[in-house]
Each structure stands twice: as C-alpha cells, then as structure tokens.
Design a binder for this molecule. Structure first.
Ligand code: AMP
Length: 213
C-alpha cells in the first residue's frame, strides 16, 4: 500500500473494530488510536478526566464531545500520526466528525464493520482485555496464545461495560448517535461497508480488500 491511509473504523461496540484496528496497524505500519482505550487508561490512572468519564462509561453512555475532541486533537498532533492512522471509536457523533473536518484532518477511508445486534450480545460475554497492555481477545473467536493470561503474561479481565445490560444501552447509543455518521461519510463518497464475519481473519481480508479496492 503506497497511498496514505487516514482511516475511520465505524461499527457497533463488539463488532470487531479494535481487533481489526490492531491488525491493520501492524500490517500497514500506522498507529491505531482508540479513544475508549485512552479514556480507560485515564480512569485506571485516576486522572481528573478519567474520574469525570467513569460515570458515562459505566452506564454505556458517551463521554461528552468536548472531552473526546480534546483527546483526539492532542493525539493526532503527535508525530507518529504524520504518515496516517486508524481511528477506532472516534468519531461517534456528528459533532465529533464535524470537529475532525474543522481541524483540517482529511480522512481517506471510512469502513463500517456491520454485525447484527443479536450476534454482538452473544459475542460480548466472551470478550477479554489485558489491563496491562490493552490487548483484546475473545475466548472463542480470538483466544490468547497464553490461555487465560495475555500474550504479555498479565491476567485477562472482563471490561465493566461488557455486562449485558450495559451492552444493550451501548448498542442503543450506537444506533441513535453513531450510525448517522454512515450518511455523513457516504455523502463525502468515502464510506465502505464490510460485513463482519464469524472468523476474524475473514473480516480482516474483507477490510483490506475494501482499503485496496
Ligand atoms: P470503546 O472502547 O470504543 O467501546 O469505548 C468505551 C467507552 O468509552 C464508550 O462506551 C464511551 O463511553 C467512551 N468513548 C470512547 N470513544 C468515545 C467517543 N468518540 N465519544 C464519546 N465517548 C466515547
């Protein structure tokens, strides 16, 4: 791939954005930026922003636009983003997308990974994360090479917002606030749809095909 990639991955929570972002990041040598991971890190470290964000995350609601826009502005200004990047979980509202435009960020590709809500609810129970390095796994679809420990050796945990009642509320939030972004980017002619597959490598193949088409 020789062209510059400034990619947004859209999709419901649990659709596989984070996993695909990690793979594409390695294969294309560009950073994957997850606002969710940045916020979880702030919660873990007990920073002022983390403390303010925790209540929203725990209820499945979105953190206010002003907070996440500030996070992304700072992150995109870092030198490793010069040659391209993948945004996983940002933007999640139309004002956030408009903020990217206002910052002069020229997104080249938007890929929406689509998975039915019922399948997502099934899947989320198996999701595991490493609090030390941030890697994500699924007990069935993407198991750790290290059993119930992370590849880095730390314990794997279940995210507090992966509880079924919180997942339902996150799906509602997705449909109401984030899905309208498909129209926003379709109007710019840069939206591609990928059907999330049972096997993650099949979704990767479709995602790369969408990028290279
Ligand atoms: P994620 O790991 O992307 O599923 O994000 C976890 C949680 O962090 C979300 O449910 C939101 O509460 C918050 N969050 C992450 N990204 C954003 C965003 N772009 N806008 C608002 N809230 C966000």
């Amino acid at each position: 791939m020789t062209r510059e990639i400034k990619l947004i991955l859209l999709g419901a929570p649990g659709a596989g954005k984070g996993t695909q972002a990690e793979i594409i990041s390695k294969d294309y040598g560009i950073p994957a930026i997850s606002t969710g991971a940045i916020i979880r890190e702030a919660v873990k470290n007990g920073t002022e922003m983390g403390l303010a964000a925790k209540e929203y995350i725990d209820s499945g609601a979105l953190v206010p636009d002003s907070v996440v826009i500030g996070i992304i502005k700072e992150r995109l200004a870092m030198p490793d983003c010069k040659g391209g990047f993948i945004l996983d979980g940002f933007p999640r509202t139309v004002p956030q997308a408009a903020a990217l435009d206002e910052m002069g960020v020229e997104i080249t590709d938007v890929i929406s990974i689509e998975v039915a809500d019922e399948r997502i609810l099934e899947r989320m129970g198996g999701r595991r994360v490493c609090k030390a390095c941030g890697a994500t796994y699924h007990v069935v679809f993407n198991p750790s090479p290290n059993g119930d420990k992370c590849a880095c050796g730390e314990e794997l945990t279940i995210r507090s917002d992966d509880k079924p009642e919180v997942v339902k509320s996150r799906l509602d939030t997705y449909h109401e606030q984030t899905e309208p972004l498909k129209d926003f980017y379709n109007a710019k002619g840069i939206l591609k749809i990928v059907e999330g597959q049972e096997k993650l490598e099949d979704t990767t193949a479709l995602t790369k095909a969408a990028l290279e088409a």
